[in-house]
Design a protein around this ligand. Structure first.
Ligand SMILES: [Mg+2]
Ligand SMILES: [Zn+2]
Length: 191
């Protein structure tokens, strides 16, 4: 009998996926969960998935807010997730501008790979969830399963979805993941 596989790590976008996207959020008081987000993340945590946030925060590089301010927002964000029963295993952000051509701004993969090295998982085993084409592209680049959070079939930057799955919110995403993992377990028992 083979050992059961560990639940797959879930890589999450922050703005427009977990919290309301206010554009360059620089105030902890502006943090609000999107509908279904807290519940979905709690379900994933309870099912044993590591939750890791990877976020583009070019507002720092653009000089719209300081790194100190971003850290204040991140502290409150982390506390909100803990209070919701969904503590993070990691939080990574890129502070650069698009024109800096760094290797960490999504869809570039440096932050996901850093998380994978820190937590010891294969990037291709992860599940990447986000609302923009750069999130889906990030997942595709590492061979991960991708889930677009969208009420329709377009990404929030207006591109046709290329994701493996579309979920209206994170509660639906959690159900999709549960179904996928359940199917994998059933196939293992059958072999
Ligand atoms: Mg987003
Ligand atoms: Zn960067």
């Amino acid at each position: 009998m083979s050992a059961p596989r560990a639940p797959r790590p879930v890589i999450l976008d922050r703005d427009g996926t977990i919290i309301i996207d206010r554009g360059y959020l620089d105030d902890p008081d502006g943090l609000r969960f999107l509908p279904g987000a807290a519940e979905g993340l709690r379900l994933l945590h309870e099912a044993g998935h590591h939750l890791i946030v990877v976020s583009n925060q070019s507002g720092v590089g653009l000089g719209l807010f300081t790194l100190t301010r971003l850290e204040e927002v991140n502290r409150r964000f982390t506390a909100m997730l803990e209070a919701a029963g969904a503590p993070l295993a990691g939080l990574y952000f890129c502070p650069h501008r698009p024109e800096d051509f760094c290797d960490c701004r999504k869809p570039n993969t440096a932050l996901l790979r850093k998380a994978a090295a820190a937590l010891g998982f294969e990037p291709a085993r992860s599940i990447v969830i986000g609302d923009k084409s750069s999130d889906v592209e990030l997942g595709s680049r590492v061979g991960a399963t991708t889930i677009l959070v969208s009420a329709g079939t377009l990404t929030s930057d207006g591109k046709p979805a290329q994701a493996d799955y579309i979920a209206r919110d994170l509660t639906e995403a959690a159900r999709i993941i549960h179904r996928l993992d359940g199917a994998g377990a059933a196939a293992q028992h059958g072999s």
